[in-house]
Write a protein that binds this ligand. Structure first.
Ligand code: PBG
Length: 321
């Protein structure tokens, strides 16, 4: 075995998986206002940006060869409500950010998150009843309005991350009847009720207030694997173009099974907690930043992912130039 490892040229020739900037989707946090820039304490190196500054960052993202951005809004408390009406405001933060980015950089793919958690006062991803239970069909109707408003604003891909049943079919049908025939749907089909999302909830300001304290009644149980394939099969049958597995590194077995059994475009999300634990070790000098970052991302490719949503996208694309 060692003959093929003895020289760099031979290692290059036989390498089975490689990383390229084209594998990455870069998640960004959008703020109201202009000239606004805020650090996220639990995610060193990640900043929330107002739309004008986001456009500057997007130029670098595009120049590095990263195909797409995923937008996550930081919604001011006074715009949150029980019915999450701000989610489908045609002049809302996400809708304005999409328009501005598509005008400035038409070639850069723009992915929007379809879920109500940034817009509800209680931080759950849907509309709740008196007991705090997230209502499926009422929420799904709202998600349809939200997704349509993103498509109207010019989003290339809508990405439902809410885990309601039946919402992919409802969104696809509405997009079709409204003439958005080529809007892609990236379904967070296998999204787990993970404790790795903590820093993200800090970043968007939903952590303090998640009513009930968890999302166990809609996000998947971390003990389950077959169920992920069931979820993916349903979302594909309802009209999803691509599948997202989330979180990433602790769930690469799921990404592997999805790709192997369903043979569809499969993505995974290296989530905020995965980013935070890497950065904590890098900052302490316990792990070497660049090689560990790249190794962590290569693992997604080896598992079978077609792409990776990662807060390391820009740093990794720079390292790969
Ligand atoms: C919810 C949503 C979550 C993330 C993105 N959208 C998780 C959650 O709060 O349940 C987490 C992403 C990350 O941790 O990086 N719609």
């Amino acid at each position: 075995m060692r003959r093929l490892r003895a020289s760099a040229f031979a290692r290059d020739l036989v390498r089975e998986n490689r990383l390229s900037p084209a594998d990455f989707i870069f998640p960004v946090f959008v703020l109201e206002g202009s000239g606004q820039r805020e650090a996220v304490p639990s995610m060193p190196g990640v900043e929330r940006l107002s739309v004008d500054l986001l456009v500057e960052q997007a130029r670098e993202v595009a120049a590095l060869g990263i195909p797409a951005l995923a937008l996550f809004p930081v919604v001011p408390a006074q715009r949150k409500s029980l019915d999450a009406a701000e989610a489908w405001n045609p002049d809302g933060l996400v809708q304005r950010a999409v328009k501005t980015l598509k005008d400035a950089l038409p070639e850069l793919g723009i992915i929007t998150d379809v879920a109500l958690d940034p817009y509800t006062t209680h931080g759950q991803d849907g509309i709740i009843d008196d007991t705090g239970y997230v209502l499926n069909d009422v929420t799904s109707e709202t998600l349809v309005k939200q997704a349509l408003s993103h498509a109207v604003a010019g989003a290339d891909v809508v990405a439902p991350s809410d885990m309601m049943d039946g919402r992919i079919g409802a969104i696809r049908q509405r997009l079709e009847t409204e003439g958005h025939l080529n809007t892609l749907i990236l379904a967070y089909a296998a999204k787990y009720a993970s404790s790795y999302y903590g820093p993200f909830r800090d970043a968007v300001g939903s952590s303090g207030n998640i009513k009930g304290g968890n999302k166990f009644s809609y996000q998947m149980d971390p003990g389950n694997s077959d169920e992920a394939l069931h979820e993916c099969a349903l979302d594909l049958a309802e009209g999803a173009d691509m599948i997202m597995v989330k979180p990433g590194m602790p769930y690469l077995d799921i990404a592997r099974r999805v790709k192997q059994e369903l043979k569809v475009p499969t993505f995974a999300y290296q989530v905020s907690g995965e980013y935070a634990m890497h950065m904590a070790a890098f900052e302490r000098g316990w792990l070497a930043q660049e090689p560990v970052m790249l190794e962590s991302l290569l693992a997604f490719k080896r598992a079978g992912c077609d792409g990776i949503l990662t807060y390391f996208a820009v740093a990794a694309a720079r390292a790969l130039q």
